[in-house]
Design a binder for this molecule. Sequence first.
Ligand code: GLA
Length: 377
Amino acid sequence: MGYRAPGRVNLIGEHTDYNAGFVLPAAIAFWCWIAAAPREDNKLIIHSENYHETIEADLDGNHLHRTRKWSDYPLGVASLLQKSGYRLRGANLYVRGEIPLGAGLSSSAALEVGVACALLEISGHELGRTKIALLCQRAENEFVGARVGIMDQFVCCEARAEYALLLDCRSVEHTPVRLTPGVQLVVCNTMVKHEHGDGEYNLRRRDCEEGVQLLSTALPGIQALRDVTLRDLEDHRKLLSETVYRRCRHVITENRRVPQAAEALERGDLGTLGELMAESHRSLRDDYQVSCPELDLMVDLAAKHPGVYGARMTGGGFGGCTVNLVDRATAIEFKRSIAAQYSAATGCYPDVFVCQTSSGVERLSSTPAPAGREPPI
Ligand code: GLA
């Protein structure tokens, strides 16, 4: 039995998910593939083709511990499933990821979701997709220690091919928004790994929480930055340090941009959408300070290309990828030219993906043997 779970790009709505706000991601046709078989004992044995490593854990009792490597994602999911009352059977899992690692395309959420689906099926449990997404997010928060929001796991579960997903991260209400025909999603990888940004991610989250706490002394009843208007923020600016004020300003303005961007996409108004993406990038760069020189360069180069409607960094930041909306007729030329210009400027050749969209996690009717090899377990 097997599953494949997709990566994602986010069109707009960055660092808004953990502020109970809006996001607009789409799943992309790069997958994490999981082959799974039950075992007679209570062991969980997981082999990663990417890391050439097999790990073994005991599902009995409280034996699942964090190891600070790739296996924390599947072990975290197993641990959270059990804690939530879903007793697991022993299993062999074989994992092959083709989503670039550390590129901000959500390879970890895909691994979590694929593993959750496989373990649930092997153990005879049925769970809705939204519940699976929430559970995987909790696993990453509580076991792995990254305080991520719900965006990645949710789109990995609920995406629809050819659509982006407008998600309200407070209610988890979601609406598919059709991608304009003739527009190509292109993802450019700066090749700067974002891993070292993890500590910064949690710090941004703390700044937002501090903002809510301080603003709530003047605005009783607010629960999250979602509840604060730009006017409120300006009126009570003196309560906040300059840094926290800027963090809040990013989140509040970004939250306003997302529904506007979804409407622009809906009516095929690519000019407005592109402008909103440019504003989002500037706000992430200047107010939220999660960009880096390589991301800024990639966005600037793209903006100069005649076939590009919009470009911005995507994902958590500190490296990783940009997302570009490109006229389909010029996409291949865009790929060639941006790669040449970026490598001339940095000395580093970027991966540029002309992406197809994907639906959410899928069960495979027959599992293709990964890369022509037999699983060693
Ligand atoms: C990472 C997290 C998401 C989200 C983005 C930033 O991808 O996993 O929850 O916060 O960063 O928008």
